[in-house]
Write a protein that binds this ligand. Structure first.
Ligand code: ADP
Length: 393
């Protein structure tokens, strides 16, 4: 019998899951999958650890209701009698209270509910499956793992907006996100290259959501994301940092909050500037000027952010690229590093070209600042935190 740990990452229209086998502290992926199109046309896909497709879950109704029950039964059918011993959940917001992952009980759930106004688009979807599992399996330990927790080490000054103090006291401050990814990459870097992991490192998480984080001694010092996941660098459909006056201007033009929300979360960024796609691959392949401009702006804003974070750190000992674009696009890495050349960053073009989705050093041997790619693994980070919470580590 092998203990199994379920990891869930629930969004508004998708539910991603992975199941890990646990033997002591060792975790190995057993199966993974996702339901997409919840609320419209749900579709299900799952594969075993070796990539072979597993039988589908047919006849899903469109909503969230009942979905987790169906999925739970499907997973149990695929565990061949092995017990599910715990579940871990990605939860976007842990506010100021949670500086690490936590075993969920009623009091924790109430605290997490209270954070919903800070992340209305994500928090309810993250908490829904926790409730559904608790109702079905009341004895199953469940662990909430936060995108904000890694950033709780940031100095108070870095978290403050220059707004009146009472707004700060209400929670309007910088939290930072992608924390599970940064925690994973930081741990991996410590394992791979301990001599640089303790220094001043900038990690660039460049996926469809994107942010950068300044890390010193393995702890977050500052992040490009702030109060929400809208801040910082350009993303697939989000603009990154934007003069708040633009929002005021649109409101005065009669735009509703909902329309502005759609603009900022779904219609801007690479998609908005290019008018073509939010997918970096499409833009790199396109010959249209608008695509080139979107990519150039993406690179420019990342370069600017690297400069700002290096200033916060007072130096730079390493740069690490991660997430879809960071792990796979040699061209974007090359262009970002060219822009950061003044900091002592120099790539090895061949090493950079070779590195597509695996970990490796991509800087030239004489680069003052080593550059690495490290594939992120937020789900494994969650599974590790589940084990940590179960064992009290
Ligand atoms: P998410 O934030 O949804 O987890 P990922 O980290 O998987 O996203 O990154 C997804 C993005 O990575 C895609 O939108 C795509 O633009 C980009 N991407 C993936 N592979 C490549 C590649 N080979 N070249 C450029 N961009 C890529």
């Amino acid at each position: 019998m092998t203990d199994a740990i379920l990891v869930l990452n629930a969004g508004s229209s998708s539910l991603k899951f992975q199941v890990f086998d646990r033997a002591g502290d060792d975790l190995t992926i057993r199966l993974r999958g996702q339901v997409e199109g919840i609320g419209s046309r749900p579709s299900f896909r799952a594969t075993a650890a070796d990539g072979t497709a597993l039988d589908p879950l047919d006849g899903l109704d469109t909503g969230h209701t009942g979905l987790l029950d169906r999925l739970r039964t499907w997973i149990a059918d695929h565990l061949g009698g092995d017990p599910l011993v715990a579940a871990g959940h990605r939860v976007v917001h842990g506010g100021d209270r949670f500086g690490g992952s936590v075993l969920v009980d009623d009091a924790v759930l109430a605290d997490l509910d209270a954070l919903t106004p800070l992340a209305p688009l994500h928090q309810p979807h993250n908490l829904g499956p926790i409730r559904a599992l608790a109702a079905a399996l009341p004895d199953l330990p469940q662990v909430a793992c936060f995108d904000t927790a890694f950033h709780r080490t940031q100095p108070a000054l870095h978290r403050r907006f220059a707004l009146p103090r009472d707004l700060h006291d209400q929670g309007i401050k910088r939290y930072g996100f992608h924390g599970l990814s940064y925690a994973y990459v930081t741990a991996d870097l410590r394992h791979r290259v301990p001599e640089i992991a303790g220094g001043k490192v900038i990690i660039a998480h460049l996926g469809s959501g994107a942010s950068l984080c300044a890390v010193e001694h393995g702890r977050s010092v500052e992040s490009s994301m702030g109060f929400t996941a809208l801040d910082g660098v350009i993303m697939g459909t989000r603009p990154g940092s934007l003069d708040a006056g633009v929002v005021l201007h649109l409101m005065r033009q009669g735009w509703s909050a909902d329309r502005i929300e759609t603009l900022l979360y779904k219609q801007s960024g690479l998609l908005g500037v290019s008018g073509i796609s939010n997918d970096m691959r499409d833009l790199l392949e396109s010959e249209r000027d608008e695509a080139a401009e979107a990519v150039a702006l993406f690179v420019h804003r990342i370069g600017r952010e690297i400069g700002a974070l290096a200033a916060t750190l007072g130096g730079l000992d390493a740069v690490v690229f991660t997430a879809g674009i960071g792990e796979r696009s040699a061209e974007i890495r090359a262009r970002v590093c060219r822009q950061a050349g003044w900091l002592g960053v120099r790539l090895d073009p061949e090493a950079n070209q070779r590195c597509r989705g695996e970990a490796g050093r991509i800087s030239a041997p004489d680069s003052r600042v080593p550059v690495w790619t490290i594939p992120t693994n937020e789900e494994l980070m969650i599974a590790r935190d589940v084990v940590g919470c179960l064992t009290g580590a």
